[in-house]
Design a protein around this ligand. Sequence first.
Ligand code: UDP
Length: 243
Amino acid sequence: MAGEAALSYKRVLLKISGEALMGDQGYGIDVPAVTKYAHEVKSAMDLGVQICLVIGGGNIWRGKWGVDAGMERAQADQMGMLATVMNAFVMQNALENIGVRTRVQSGVSMPTICEPFIRRRAIRHMEKGRVVIFAAGTGNPFFTTDTGAALRAAEMNCDAMLKGTQVDGVYSADPKLDKNATKFKELDYMQVLSMELKVMDATAISLLKENNIPIVVFRIRDQGNLAKVLVGQAPSTIISGRK
Ligand code: UDP
């Protein structure tokens, strides 16, 4: 099985949305759900893959919520970035509880609680077998954590960005709402952009396209799936420039 097959990637960035951390709750952090993802990351590490993480913040705060309530966008987005730091910490705890060594690096400097993002130091951590969790997205408002993930994947010379979602790939429409929705096995970056498929925002896709980093969209909730993705055995959609 997964352990015996050849690894498709040596270094990957895994992006998990904030919503995945709320499990079946409607809001916030569900620690058992986070623990489940931590085990997924551990099995990936056990295969010998270097792995870094970006976690969203949508389970706690999205800039849009503030804007809709009359807040200034930049400050509402800064709150969103702070939410991702909380998520990074809960994931750090869950990983360390099962013996995975980690570091959190934040795009917004907060030196008393975690390291700032320093690219070369992050690479060194990964070489030493630590999982680096990148918090606070890009560190700038007006962006998303998908774009933050694309940026860090490029900076860290990752072989792929893995996007763990609630569905097992990219569909022509929302499979929960449309029973005729069909799944794409492979897509080109340009198809994602021109068909306006709701995988991630255009800024993130463009950055990954420019740096020729493939995106693997897969279902994160199924146990063992992350390890299967790493050996090319999980149901997924692969977005690249080589279709
Ligand atoms: N955010 C930001 N800059 C970034 C990344 C995130 O301002 O580089 C803010 C933005 O307000 C966003 C919130 O953080 O709504 C939470 O991130 P996101 O919506 O990407 O989380 P996800 O949907 O993955 O849970």
